[in-house]
Design a protein around this ligand. Structure first.
Ligand code: SF4
Length: 344
C-alpha cells in the first residue's frame, strides 16, 4: 500500500501509481473540491476504476475530518485542542474557496455502472483497497428475492405484486427478519455485492432486497446500475436522493444508450395486429348494442371493462390509423439481423 498527497488530500493506493494515474486522481479530487462536473478519459487498462474509488474515498475521509475539526472548533470557541497541531492545519476541504461553509453532512457517493456484473467488478476492486466504507448495492427483486413462492411467478410484474402482498400482510418470513438483521455487524462492516447479499440472505433467512434498501440509509457509497438513476420512475422507486451527493458514472459513454433505452418501447407487428382485432371487437359489440335499440352515442364500453364511451366514428378513425400504421411498417424491408433506423 502506498500513501501519496494529491491536492492536499492523502490518498492510499494499493501500489505505486503511474504518472497518468496520479493525474487522473488529481483531477477527480479537483472536481470534488471545486464542486465541479468533470468528464475524465483515460485509455483502457490504466486502472480508472481503482483511481476513481481511491481518490473519491480519500477526499471523503478528508472532508469528514474537516467537518469534525470544525465542530470541535465551534465547541472550543477558538481555543486549540492540541497545542502543537492547530485546528486550522486540518485543511480546508470543506470550504467553498475562501468562504468558510459549514457542512453538517458528509456527501454520499453514488457510483453508477451499466450492469450489475460491472458493479461486481468495481466492488471487487474496492475490496483490494485500504478503504472500508459502508457499502450498499441496489438491485431488483428479480435479482435479490429469495422467497421460492415469489420467485416461481412467471413475470417480473407478478413477482412485484406477490412480494408487495406478502410484505403488507407480513407473511414473508425473510422480510420479517430485516429489521433485526440490518444491524448485524458482519453485514454492516462487509463490502457485499449482489451475489454476496443473496448468500447472506439465504444463510440468515433475511430478505436481501429490503436489506439492501435498509443499508442505503447509512451507506457511505451506494452502487447502482445507471437506469436506477436515469429513469425518473426507477429513481423514485428506489428513493435515491441526488441532492448533495457525489455522482460517478463509470464508463459514461454508455449513458446515452441507457437514456435512449429508458425512453423507448417496442411496438411489434403482433401488437398492431392485436390492437386491430380489439377495435374490430368493439365495432362488433357496438353493432350488437345498436341492433338492440341503443343509440350510437349511448354505446357504453363498460361491457369490455374499459369504462370509456366512444362514438362509432372515433372507433373507425382508430382502426384506420392502426391499418395505416400496419401498412407503413409492412412497407419496410427490414434486414433480419441488423434492422433499420429511421429519423423520429
Ligand atoms: S420481502 Fe424479499 S424475500 Fe420476501 S417476497 Fe419480497 S423480495 Fe422476496
Amino acid at each position: 500500500m502506498t500513501s501519496l498527497t494529491l491536492k492536499g488530500v492523502t490518498v492510499n493506493f494499493p501500489f505505486v501509481p503511474y504518472e497518468c494515474q496520479k493525474d487522473y486522481m488529481s483531477k477527480v479530487i479537483e472536481c470534488l473540491q471545486e464542486k465541479a462536473n468533470g468528464v475524465l478519459e483515460s485509455p483502457t487498462g490504466t486502472g480508472k476504476t481503482l483511481c476513481l474509488l481511491c481518490a473519491t474515498l480519500a477526499w471523503r475521509e478528508r472532508f469528514k475530518d474537516t467537518i469534525s475539526a470544525r465542530k470541535i472548533t465551534e465547541r472550543l470557541k477558538g481555543e486549540e485542542m492540541f497545542a502543537n497541531t492547530p485546528l486550522s492545519s486540518w485543511g480546508t476541504a470543506a470550504t467553498d474557496g475562501d468562504t468558510p461553509t459549514y457542512y453538517t453532512d458528509v456527501p454520499k457517493i453514488i457510483y453508477a455502472s451499466r450492469t450489475h456484473s460491472q458493479l461486481a467488478q468495481v466492488i471487487k476492486e474496492l475490496k483490494n483497497t485500504s478503504y472500508k466504507p459502508k457499502v450498499c448495492v441496489l438491485g431488483s427483486r428479480e435479482q435479490l428475492c429469495i422467497n421460492p413462492e415469489v420467485m416461481k411467478q412467471q413475470s417480473n410484474h407478478l413477482k412485484v405484486h406477490s412480494c408487495r402482498a406478502k410484505v403488507s400482510t407480513r407473511s414473508c418470513v425473510y422480510y420479517n427478519n430485516v429489521e433485526e438483521k440490518s444491524t448485524d455487524k458482519e453485514l454492516v462492516n462487509s463490502v457485499l455485492d449482489v451475489e454476496d447479499l443473496v448468500k447472506f440472505g439465504n444463510k440468515q433467512r433475511v430478505c436481501p432486497y429490503y436489506l439492501s434498501r435498509s443499508l442505503k440509509q447509512q451507506a457511505d457509497i451506494v452502487f447502482t446500475p445507471y437506469n436506477y438513476l436515469l429513469d425518473p420512475k426507477s429513481r423514485r422507486a428506489h428513493n435515491i436522493e441526488l441532492n448533495g451527493a457525489v455522482v460517478i458514472f463509470d464508463e459514461a459513454h454508455n449513458v446515452e444508450k441507457t437514456c435512449e433505452e429508458s425512453t423507448s418501447f417496442d411496438l411489434t407487428p403482433y401488437d398492431v395486429a392485436s390492437a386491430i382485432t380489439a377495435v374490430d371487437r368493439l365495432l362488433a359489440e357496438q353493432a350488437k348494442e345498436a341492433s338492440h335499440g341503443d343509440t350510437v352515442s349511448d354505446f357504453n364500453m363498460e361491457s369490455l371493462n374499459s369504462g370509456l364511451k366512444l362514438e362509432l366514428a372515433t372507433i373507425a378513425k382508430i382502426k384506420q390509423i392502426l391499418l395505416d400504421l400496419e401498412t407503413v411498417i409492412d412497407s419496410y424491408d427490414v434486414p433480419n439481423e441488423v434492422g433499420i433506423t429511421k429519423p423520429g
